[in-house]
Design a protein around this ligand. Structure first.
Ligand SMILES: Nc1ncnc2c1ncn2[C@@H]1O[C@H](COP(=O)(O)OP(=O)(O)OP(=O)(O)O)[C@@H](O)[C@H]1O
Length: 519
């Protein structure tokens, strides 16, 4: 036995933690040890209890029973500040940054005492260089993409010199290149003897990056395994308790009329999160899924806002929804044309955090003439629709009708997609459809969108996940610096060609619009 090395010592350990929300047991005697110099994955389906465990480990939630050990000794974190002071840093899925402030001002707000901004900016530059992150201290956070915001959160954490860093689904918003950079940063951190807890639904990257993995299912500890000794399928089986379905192919079908036409659309950047758009041309026909790939921050958010009507355009004719010029219409008027929109940020944009789920149904359905008639909300119809979404899209939560913020990230995503799909739209525009959802839910969402297309809906999907687009889109275009390459059939392109176009090389994907492509 002498030649078996002792495992590195645990910096932070959860011992039989239990947390109940009403009758729901979100964590049931869950144990997990995060060890020095290791990257430890936390795996589980949506709603398995991962975030709840993390929140207890950093003092955001208090356990009903069980204990935390820090360096082997019992410890209580009454709040996140106390865990931070001990060197436990967390980067959550939902960022806590102020759009109107610069990066350095945001970082200053999170640090104790008063820091001179110039000194802090120099510290940020140091940290960025040391860990290979790219963050500019004086940029306004409102102008940053989701990937860039995440790096700001990571830098903010690292400035606190954490011994334990918890990353909650860090790569779901990153491009392959950005993920690679993050993995390098994580390796540097563990080489320094720090411990990283890594929550992810992407099993391939878990197998590459992580030394151990703890699997939760239904709030219970299922196993601790060495992910390098497992396959993605065996990990998924541990998480789900059964084999995970793949997105089935839907039989080929004829395409119908264009449901969305975007013609020579140019928009000036709005100075906040939006970059400018230059001469965008898109056609999505009934029965078709068109994907838009691209590194976040290249105009996708502006494009989504312009398509959904949150930003109107002067040229009414530049956006046509189901044969109606819609450029000057607002979101409700566009929804009246039976268009559905799912923005990237589910909490705060797609759903109001402090409203009950059933009331969140109203946000996008009030103009449909079914739930609200002559200014009166028909609660029974509303509740029936709410239950149909919950049942049809397997949205899991505790209680009868909780506030949106009580849902796990993936379950809220399923809810938001279900809300739009069940409006029976002729056009759906979805930004990051499977962000944060587990493998089976992702397969379900893609299959649902495919089925809608087969039934005559036009689907436009903006996604940073190339594999996703190659798996289920019919054609793919690439956004780079506010320009969109002409979407080409997926069979005629490759991961490499799309990757090059994402980086601004238009060799494989001819720059220009649908007009040129069609001609
Ligand atoms: N504050 C709360 N009140 C009531 N129920 C809650 C609360 N927080 C979480 N839950 C419920 O606890 C369960 C576990 O949620 P948790 O967020 O820990 O899951 P998760 O594994 O992180 O999921 P995901 O992968 O979707 O983020 C879910 O059913 C969720 O609805």
């Amino acid at each position: 036995m002498g030649d078996v090395p002792d495992p590195p010592h645990a910096l932070l350990e959860a011992v039989k933690l239990t947390k109940r929300f009403g009758s729901l047991v979100a964590n049931d005697h869950v144990s997990l040890a995060i060890r020095a110099g290791e990257t430890h994955a936390l795996l589980g389906e949506n709603g398995a209890g991962k975030s709840t465990l993390v929140k207890m480990m950093c003092g955001l939630l208090q356990a009903d029973s069980g204990e935390l050990l820090y360096d082997g000794a019992p410890i209580v974190f009454p709040d996140p500040a106390s865990s931070r002071a001990k060197g436990v840093g967390v980067v959550f899925q939902h960022f806590a940054l102020f759009d109107a402030l610069s990066v350095v001002e945001n970082v200053a707000l999170g640090l104790p005492g008063h820091q001179k901004l110039a000194v802090l900016a120099a510290r940020i530059d140091d940290c960025v260089r040391r860990y290979g992150l790219s963050v500019e201290p004086y940029r306004r956070v409102g102008e940053l993409s989701v990937g860039e915001r995440q790096r700001v959160e990571i830098v903010r954490c690292l400035l606190g010199d954490p011994r334990v860093l918890i990353l909650d689904e860090p790569t779901s918003v990153l491009t392959p290149d950005e993920s690679e950079n993050l993995f390098r940063t994580v390796d540097l951190l563990t080489d320094e003897g720090r411990a990283v807890l890594f929550i992810s639904h992407k099993l391939d990257e878990v197998r590459r990056l992580c030394h151990r993995a703890t699997v939760l299912r239904g709030g219970k500890f299922i196993a601790e395994v060495d992910p390098k000794q497992e396959s993605s399928a065996s990990l998924a089986r541990l998480m789900v308790g059964a084999d995970v379905p793949r997105t089935p192919r839907v039989a080929a079908h004829a395409l119908g009329e264009p449901r969305l036409l975007v013609r020579q659309l140019s928009v000036a950047g709005d100075g906040s999160r939006g970059s400018a758009l230059h001469d965008i041309n898109i056609e999505v026909r009934a029965g078709e899924i068109v994907g838009i790939a691209g590194v976040a921050g290249n105009g996708q958010t502006t494009l989504f806002n312009v398509l959904s009507g949150e930003t109107r355009v002067a040229d009414h004719e530049s956006i046509v929804i189901d044969k109606v010029a819609a450029g000057g219409l607002g979101p409700t008027e566009r929804r009246a044309l039976r268009a559905g929109f799912v923005p990237e940020e589910r909490l705060g944009h797609a759903a109001a955090p402090d409203m009950r789920l059933s009331d969140n149904v109203l946000l996008t359905t009030h103009g449909d003439g079914e739930i609200v008639r002559r200014g009166v909300i028909h609660r029974s119809v509303l509740f029936a629709r709410f239950q149909k979404i919950v049942k049809g899209f397997d949205v899991r939560f505790g209680g009868k009708d909780p506030k949106a913020r009580r849902l796990s990230g993936g379950n809220l995503q399923k809810f938001v997609i279900g809300r739009e799909v069940l409006r029976d739209p002729v056009l759906i525009v979805v930004d990051q459809p499977t962000w944060g959802v587990d493998a089976s839910a992702a397969a379900f969402i893609r299959t649902t969108l495919r089925e809608r297309a087969a039934q005559g809906c036009a689907v436009l999907v903006v996604s940073q996940d190339l594999d996703e687009l190659l798996e289920f889109a019919d054609r793919v275009g690439v956004m780079c610096e506010g320009r969109l390459t002409a979407p080409v059939p997926v069979a005629e392109t490759s991961r490499e060609a799309i990757g090059l176009a994402m980086g601004g090389s238009h060799g494989a994907h001819a720059a220009g619009g649908e007009g040129e492509h069609a001609a």
